[in-house]
Design a binder for this molecule. Structure first.
Ligand code: CMC
Length: 431
């Protein structure tokens, strides 16, 4: 490979120079956009193991070194010194805000928390036992039926209002989905509270008594939202970009991202971890489940282990593990049997040849569920909590995609392995 081009030679000796793109950090990227036009071949990369889909200046991950940076800031620094609203500003606008910019942004988010009253009636249409992720994706999708003023994706002002609106309303919708399941009356947002305090209020307050915000819970949620806020071109973010690339309205694109997040290989893993720990039940059963996870004929996987990009450790898991200790200590649940079991499972897996060889480490979802459980958040709401944090990343990527001058509709190709051309046969002649 020369400095700026990669030379490709076809089996019949034809050569083609492919441009090499360089990011500010990270490996070089070979531009293959002209390959089909010039060589008549496609590339094949199921699961996008070696394929970059866009240019992005939002988040950087070095999976081997366990590095995660938002706009160049290591996530460890942001987790220690910042807060979710400031991180949201950073991801959306590229730099940390001044005090005045932060105040203005925070105030605007606080003022967009209420839902159109018509949307509240929409919740009554769901079955009482609807999964909150189903409710969340449906209600977010339905926002395009209520907020017509922000549907013009080419209007920067409309994009700005959409941005504030969706970030502000996600907790309100999430809490309303929870109240539906809990059979409790919906709580209106309180704009005197900060983002996570308001979420806790909407989740847990009831009309019959006063609700006091638990500051440990508010801080823990804030940290979890920072850590979940973005993760470059993951499955749900790529889904948002892909749906949005057709020019679809932004609420539909975010609803598509929520649906993608729900899967157990992605954001649904936090719920799956808790269910798995409950199923394992006791430390004496760990070896049985580890053996199942290693068995090629068994579809069982250790949920919360492994990551497509992190092959050393997930820096988010390290931070969450510490927070998990702190939350359990401060909430007086340090002897949580579930946490004990999780720690034992982690030790067994980390010392097991199979997991070592395949670089399978605990990921962000391994501990987050234990924190949510300690805060009293029901298991079915875990992925919803992930969605609240990740909405900021989805919106940042959607904005970047919409304003990319090289942006085109996403449209991958395929290897066709179906029948070659054949002639139609009338039904009475088939046999
Ligand atoms: N338990 C047992 N074996 C595993 C696991 C696991 N959790 N994860 C991967 N493997 C094995 C897998 O069977 C494969 O073995 P082989 O090479 O012999 O076929 C090898 O490790 C590589 O796995 P892969 O599925 O090809 O890797 P991937 O990059 O396509 O998948 C993953 C990554 C996260 C989907 C996968 O590790 C997994 O299913 N983990 C459990 C679910 C989970 O915790 N997901 C949350 C991810 S982090 C948060 C997020 O993205 O939302």
């Amino acid at each position: 490979m020369s400095k700026d081009v990669y030379t490709l030679t076809s089996p019949d000796g034809k050569t083609m120079e492919l441009p090499v793109r360089r990011g500010t950090v990270g490996p070089d990227v070979i531009g293959i956009g002209r390959l089909f036009a010039e060589q008549g071949v496609f590339t094949y990369d199921p699961g996008f193991m070696s394929t970059g889909s866009c240019d992005s200046s939002i988040t950087f991950i070095d999976g081997d070194a366990g590095v995660l940076m938002y706009r160049g800031y290591p996530v460890e620094q942001l987790a220690k010194h910042s807060n979710f609203i400031e991180v949201a500003y950073l991801l959306l606008y590229g730099d940390l805000p001044t005090a005045a910019e932060l105040l203005e942004f925070d105030t605007s988010i606080r003022r967009h928390t209420m839902l159109n009253e018509g949307m509240l009636r929409f919740f009554n249409g769901f079955r009482y036992d609807a999964h909150p992720m189903a409710v969340l994706s449906a209600v977010v999708g339905s926002m395009s039926a209520y907020y017509h003023d922000t549907m013009d994706i080419h209007n920067p002002d409309a994009r700005e209002v959409f941005t504030h609106r969706i970030i502000a309303k996600l907790p309100t919708i999430a809490a309303a989905a929870h109240k539906l399941t809990a059979g409790q009356p919906y709580r209106y947002p309180r704009n005197d509270l900060n983002y996570t305090e308001n979420l806790l209020h909407m989740l847990f307050a009831v009309p019959a008594e006063d609700y006091e915000i638990n500051q440990v819970a508010a801080e823990a949620l804030d940290l979890l939202f920072i850590l979940h806020a973005d993760h470059e071109q993951n499955c749900s973010t790529s889904t948002v970009r892909m749906a949005g690339s057709s020019g679809a309205n932004p609420y539909s694109a975010i609803a598509a991202g929520i649906s993608a997040l729900w899967g157990p290989a992605h954001g649904g893993a936090n719920e799956a971890v808790l269910k798995m720990l409950e199923e394992i039940g006791d430390a004496k059963n760990i070896s049985k489940y580890v053996a199942k996870a290693k068995d090629k004929d068994d579809s069982f996987r250790l949920m919360g282990f492994g990551h497509r990009v992190y092959k050393n450790f997930d820096p988010r898991a390290t931070i969450i593990r510490d927070m998990c200790h702190r939350v359990l200590e401060k909430m007086g649940r340090v002897d949580s049997p579930l946490f004990e079991l999780a720690l034992k499972l982690e030790q067994v897996a980390l010392n097991d040849e199979y997991f070592i060889e395949k670089n399978l480490y605990p990921n962000v979802d391994f501990y987050s569920g234990i924190i949510y459980r300690a805060l009293g958040i029901p298991t079915s709401m875990f992925t919803v909590m992930f969605a609240i944090g990740r909405t900021v990343g989805w919106v940042a990527h959607w904005r970047e995609m919409i304003t990319d001058p090289h942006g085109r509709i996403s449209r991958p190709r395929q290897v066709y392995s179906g029948a070659p051309q054949r002639d139609y046969v009338a039904v009475e002649k088939r046999g």
